[in-house]
Each structure stands twice: as C-alpha cells, then as structure tokens.
Design a protein around this ligand. Structure first.
Ligand code: ADP
Ligand code: MG
Length: 480
C-alpha cells in the first residue's frame, strides 16, 4: 500500500443456489443445455403467468443467515427492479430491496498480520438471474440465451470493512467455503455460479469519510479479483495525486490487459423504480422453521478448524488449510482414523505430498489417485518403521501412478527398511574402512562429520537402512 492512503472495499457476491428448478418456475437449472431449452413462460415473463416461490431457496438463504450469525427475517418481501435489457424480456428482475431475508451478519477473516478481523455482512437477499447475450460464433449478430433467466441467486453484500485486495480475497474465499459447506451452491466460478462485484475507494489515512468508489464488474476468478482491485487502487491514487477526482462509476476488468476501464457512470445509472411484486406474497417464516434448519447445519469451517487444533493437536495453519474444504477435511479425518500415527504426521502427508500431487495434476480431492485408506496404509508403514520418510516419497509416487497399495509397492520394489543390526553393521564397517581420514578427523573432535558417515551408509543401502539405528551403530563404532 502506498504510504498515506487507506483502501476501502465492499463486495457484492452473487451465489447461484443449488436448486434443481428455478426460483419462480419448474424449469430446470442444469448447466450447459442448448440455448433457450430451459426457460418456461414464467421465466420469459409472458402475460398472465404467475411466479411461485421455490421453497428450497428460503431454506438455503436461512442456512446461510445462520452460518454468518445474521438475523433471518421472519418476513421478507420480493420487489421488482425495473430496467430494460435484451436478456430480461420481462422488463424487471424480481429481487428484494427493503426487506431482505438476511441482515446484520458477520464473518471472521485473517488480515495480513495473521490477526482475526470481523467483516460485517450488511445483507443477503434472494433474486432471480437474467439471461445472457451470446456473441461468439455469430457474425454481425448477438443471440440471447434465456436458460439462466430465473435461476436463483443469493446476493451477499458486505460492509465496506475490507482494507486490501488480499483481505477481499480472504473474505471471498471464506464465503465460497461456507456456501459449499452448507451445500447451497456449487461455487463453480467458470460456470458463473459464484460471481463478485468489488466496490473500491481510497482515502487519505486517518480521514473518516469514505472516498468516492468505483464498482468493478466481471470478476470471475480469485486471481483476477486481486489483480483488478490492485490495479484500481493504483489508478485512483494516481488520479487524486495528480489533482483529479475519482468519479462514481462502474468499471470492467480486462484480464488480458490487466486494467479496469469505464463502463458507465453514475449519471447514466438506472433508476430502478423498485416496488413490491404484486404477484408474490411476502415470505413469512416461523421460529420453529428456523430452528429446524439450524438442526440440519453441518459443522462449519471455523468450528472444524478449532476441533482439529483441539482434538488432533494440529498446527493452526494446517487446520486452516484442511478445514477450508469439506471433502479435504473428510479425507484427512479418514486417514487419521485408519492410522496409528499422530494426526499431525498424517496431516503433513495430506498437505504436503497429496495436495502437491493434486495441484500438479489439477485434480480435486474427490479425484485423488490415492484413497484416504491407501494413504493411511503408507503412513502406517512409516510409523512402524518398515520404510523411512524418504523412501515413502518414492512409494507415494508409485501409488499415485497406480502401482498398487503401499505394501504392494514396498514388496515389489524391495524397499523395506533394513532394521537388522548385523546387516547395518556390515555396511558401517565398510564405510569406516573406506574413509580413514574422516575417521581420524571425527575422532579428533569434529563431531559434525557424523552426517557424512550417515550419508554414506544411506547411499550404500539406497536409503533403506533405519536412520536411527545407523546413527547409533556409527557412533558406537567410531568411538572405538
Ligand atoms: P449500491 O446500492 O450502489 O449497490 P450499496 O450501498 O448497496 O450501493 O453498496 C454496495 C457495496 O459497496 C457494499 O458492499 C458496500 O460496502 C460498498 N461500498 C459502499 N460505499 C463504499 C465506498 N465508499 N468504498 C468502498 N466500498 C463501498
Ligand atoms: Mg448493489
């Protein structure tokens, strides 16, 4: 951050809710169908049709509200947001304005110094998505695909509490984790199920009033969000330092040029003339309903992370990594329950080698080549001294390549650790005999040379000798 300036960011996140049908109609929400095969008369806004609320979206919004410690409104109201656009044949979008279903929530993130920081969640409201314009593959024309029209969204609006691009990404990742934990969204960013607009402003450090903000649209990956915000921060500071003024406007991020550019200014902004939708009743829910939903809540990331630290004695950083994804956390716990080794030791293997291999091959934990039970099998062989940690890496790679279980690989390749003292002694004697000058130096007090001898013995045994035993035998023999 440039000295003397403070950055202020608030995010609006559009999460597509994972219902099988639309928010006000029975049309399918499945992704990837032929254009205009999944929009029914309600989605198209034909005269005379009536929307009927999909009760699943109320359940999902309620779960989200509870997860972020918010007030779930006993009564919320749908409103019409009126505007014209080709992908909105109705001429209005059904949303919520004055009485949203979720208000006054909060979430904790870690700031740059690793301290916990509270980010306020102003509101989360239900709304329908619009269709989309298609330009690709159509010369001189644009097409409209209305399959997405009427897809349920939960728009989650944060307070302007974020102070850097990194904090914004941390917040966004956590929202992403929570909606997937709750099973209310698949969070797929490529398919547009998780989208974000970032409101960015700067102000001289210490100033109370907020600066004028720009709203960045078109942010569809965590990496681009960070880059777009950082570009925008620099642009605004440059502008003000050169005597200019930030104007309130909507800007588009261009990921190819890595810059933001103006899309429309506030003067051109729409007056949406919101009013309560006369076709839909207010949504009224009871305390019993809310408590029934609370009873179905899964363990959330913060609680899971805390439990991993308390029950498994994991390092906090590792607990954070493992709890960030529910399938990853489940995998880790399955490894732990199938091994006698310490949980932290199992965690090291999951976070190090397993996640490394998954990243390298761009795979999700669900598609891991090595199951939790198989990884536990490997961890057990290290734990019972059948193989060293170093050899285990070799076994891991073979398992990843489909060469069988840990035991099968160890057998087939003859990798079992040498724990037979007499066999190790033979090698130790050989190494001592071959390096008389080092022996003399060691015996003259250069104790550090022990590492040299251990290395030689390990080399001779292709890493298979038990390192603890090698150490002990070497020291005994070198003393003599
Ligand atoms: P709008 O009605 O134009 O969408 P809102 O008041 O709902 O505006 O705010 C939208 C988002 O912008 C919220 O996340 C809010 O925290 C954020 N925001 C508002 N003012 C500022 C500002 N000056 N700088 C940065 N973010 C802001
Ligand atoms: Mg807004």
């Amino acid at each position: 951050m440039r000295a003397g300036w403070e950055v202020v960011i608030g995010l609006e996140v559009h999460t597509q809710l994972a219902t099988s049908s639309k928010i006000f109609s029975g049309a399918s929400t499945a992704y990837g169908a032929e254009p205009n095969t999944q929009a029914c008369l309600v989605d198209l806004g034909y005269p005379g049709v009536l929307p009927v609320l999909n009760k699943e979206v109320v359940r999902m919004a309620t779960l989200f509200g509870l997860a972020v410690n918010a007030t779930v409104a006993r009564r919320s109201v749908f409103a019409r947001k009126n505007y014209f656009y080709p992908d909105l044949p109705k001429g209005y979008q059904i949303s919520q304005l004055e009485l949203p279903i979720v208000e006054h929530g909060e979430m904790m993130i870690f700031d740059a110094d690793g301290n916990e920081k509270r980010i306020g969640i102003t509101r989360a409201h239900l709304e329908e998505d619009a269709g989309k314009s298609i330009h690709e593959g159509l010369e001189d024309k644009s097409g409209i695909d209305l399959n997405r029209a009427g897809t349920p969204l939960l728009e989650i609006v944060s307070e302007p509490d974020l102070r850097s691009a990194k904090e914004a990404v941390a917040y966004l990742r956590k929202i992403h984790t929570i909606v997937r934990y709750l099973g209310i969204s698949d969070g797929n960013m490529q398919e547009g199920s998780f989208r974000c607009d970032a409101n960015v402003s700067v102000r001289p450090a210490g100033q109370k009033e907020l600066g004028t903000r720009a709203e960045l649209k078109n942010l569809n990956s965590f990496r681009f969000i960070e880059k777009a915000i950082n570009f925008e921060i620099e642009r605004q500071i440059d502008l003000i330092e050169d005597g200019g003024k930030v104007v309130q406007e909507t800007r588009l991020y261009d990921s190819v040029k890595d810059e933001t550019r103006s899309m429309r200014s506030k003067e051109e902004a729409n007056d949406y003339r919101y009013f309560p939708d006369p076709d839909l009743l207010p949504v009224e829910i009871t305390d019993e309903y809310i408590e029934a939903q609370r009873a179905t809540m899964p363990e959330l990331p913060d609680a899971k992370q805390q439990r991993f630290v308390n029950d498994y004695e994991l390092k906090v950083d590792d607990a954070v990594i493992l709890a960030a994804s529910r399938p990853l956390a489940d995998y880790f716990e399955a490894v732990v329950s199938a091994t006698d080794a310490k949980a932290q030791f199992a965690a090291n293997w999951v976070i190090g080698d397993l996640m490394g291999a998954l990243n390298r091959d761009s795979k999700d934990i669900e598609d891991s080549h090595i199951s939790a039970v198989e990884l536990a099998g490997l961890v057990n062989r290290i734990h019972d001294n059948s193989i060293s940690g170093k050899i285990a890496k070799q076994v891991f790679d073979a398992m990843w390549d489909g060469e069988g279980s840990a035991d099968q690989v160890i057998d087939a390749k003859g990798l079992k650790q040498i724990t037979d003292s007499s066999a190790i002694e033979v090698v130790v004697d050989k190494v001592i005999a071959a390096n008389p000058s080092q022996v003399a130096e060691y015996q003259a007090g250069k104790g550090k040379l022990i590492g040299f001898f251990v290395g030689k013995v390990m080399q001779e045994t292709k890493g298979q000798a038990n390192p603890g035993q090698v150490n002990k035998i070497l020291k005994d023999k070198l003393k003599a």
